[in-house]
Design a protein around this ligand. Structure first.
Ligand code: KG4
Ligand code: ZN
Length: 339
């Protein structure tokens, strides 16, 4: 069986092909056309520009993803129908509708957030899932496929958004996460020289599972403004600030997730979303789980399946393959889709 996946929820045009043989999943192709360079000058995603790029890129990305097969080999088409940027989502959905109709195969709409979770192919429940991306910072208690309970989310900015905004304050470019992470690793012999770089860990010790990251960004801004121009423009300041903001985000994410895992006595912890590509976060999570709840399974996607991709959409469709629809035109976009 072969499932085609499509995702155009934000600024990447993604098409992937998944093959299932004897219940084993194999990703045959995973093509991503990134618009990063285009949006970099705006310091964020510009929806109407992203939409135009999707229209242009989709046929090309589709052709590359399917170049080794005959189109008649595709058994199912799946597409992200939310959450995301509405004009962008429609491009993927319209393309998928048309394709499924032409190939006379069924179509499965996929929730982008669920895809960030199911790309891990989880099997052991209950689980706590943390989805951290540019648009979301959410904790779910998962009792099985399709059985999610929202237990916490950000009250303002998402963690990825905080990385992006801090990078902008420090003049580092977009997207911020990978640049901040790279700067943080550049501190030689771990010696800190700039005085008093200490950021808050927002909501860390509150008794709920919610997050808040907008204050963290503001704290960076105030610190930046308070420094003499010679200091704040220095490599050392930028690197140390990047390390501190990365650590503040990691501390809060790990603390709340482990607390939820203990409180709900789960058997696994599942991570997903762009921020999970962060090496330091992956490492520190693993160390903490090993130390505090060693019998808990720890699932994280390969880094290329953390940031947006369509392989995760096809994998999610596999889990929902019984919920197909042949009513191609009926797939609606919902920019605020919940799982
Ligand atoms: O999941 P994703 O690709 O798109 C959304 O659904 O939002 O996540 C993108 C976010 C961006 O905010 C980006 O800065 C962040 O993930 N990100 C990272 C890293 N790579 C991407 N954040 C921290 N460290 C990284 N290595
Ligand atoms: Zn995403």
């Amino acid at each position: 069986m072969k499932i085609l996946g499509i995702d155009t929820s934000c600024d990447d045009t993604c098409v992937a092909l998944l093959e299932i043989r004897n219940s084993k999943l194999k990703i045959l192709s995973n093509i991503i056309s990134s618009q990063v360079k285009l949006h970099a000058k705006y310091g964020g995603v510009y929806p109407s520009l992203a939409k135009r790029e999707h229209i242009k890129n989709l046929p090309l990305v589709f052709r590359r993803a399917t170049k080794r097969i005959k189109l008649s080999e595709i058994d199912l088409v799946s597409v992200t129908n939310g959450p995301g940027l509405e004009p962008c989502l429609w491009q993927g959905v319209n393309f998928a509708n048309e394709l499924a109709k032409n190939l006379k195969v069924s179509l499965i709409p996929v929730n982008h957030i669920e895809a960030h979770i199911l790309v891990n192919s989880p099997k052991i429940f209950p689980a706590v899932c943390l989805v951290v991306s540019g648009g979301h910072t959410t904790l779910f208690l998962m009792k099985g496929i399709r059985k999610y309970m929202l237990i916490g989310e950000t009250r303002d900015d998402a963690a990825g958004e905080c990385f992006d905004k801090v990078a902008r304050i420090l003049g580092l470019g977009y997207p911020g996460g990978p640049i901040v992470a790279e700067m943080a690793t550049k501190i030689k012999n771990k010696k800190l020289k700039i005085k008093n770089i200490k950021l808050p860990r927002p909501m860390m010790y509150q008794k709920n599972y919610d997050f808040s990251f907008s204050g963290l960004k503001t704290a960076v801004l105030y610190d930046y403004r308070s420094r003499p121009s010679k200091i704040r423009k220095s490599k050392q300041y930028i690197r140390e600030m990047c390390r501190e903001v990365q650590q503040a985000i990691i501390d809060v994410l790990i603390h709340k997730t482990i607390k939820a895992a203990k409180d709900f006595r789960v058997k696994s912890i599942i991570l997903g979303g762009g921020v999970v590509a962060n090496e330091e976060l992956r490492k520190q999570f693993q160390e903490k789980i090993r130390k505090e709840i060693p019998n808990t399974e720890y699932l994280i996607p390969d880094t290329k399946y953390c940031t947006d991709n369509a392989a995760m959409v096809a994998v999610t469709a596999y889990f929902h393959k019984k919920e197909t629809t042949k009513n191609w035109q009926k797939i609606e976009v919902n920019a605020n889709l919940k799982i």
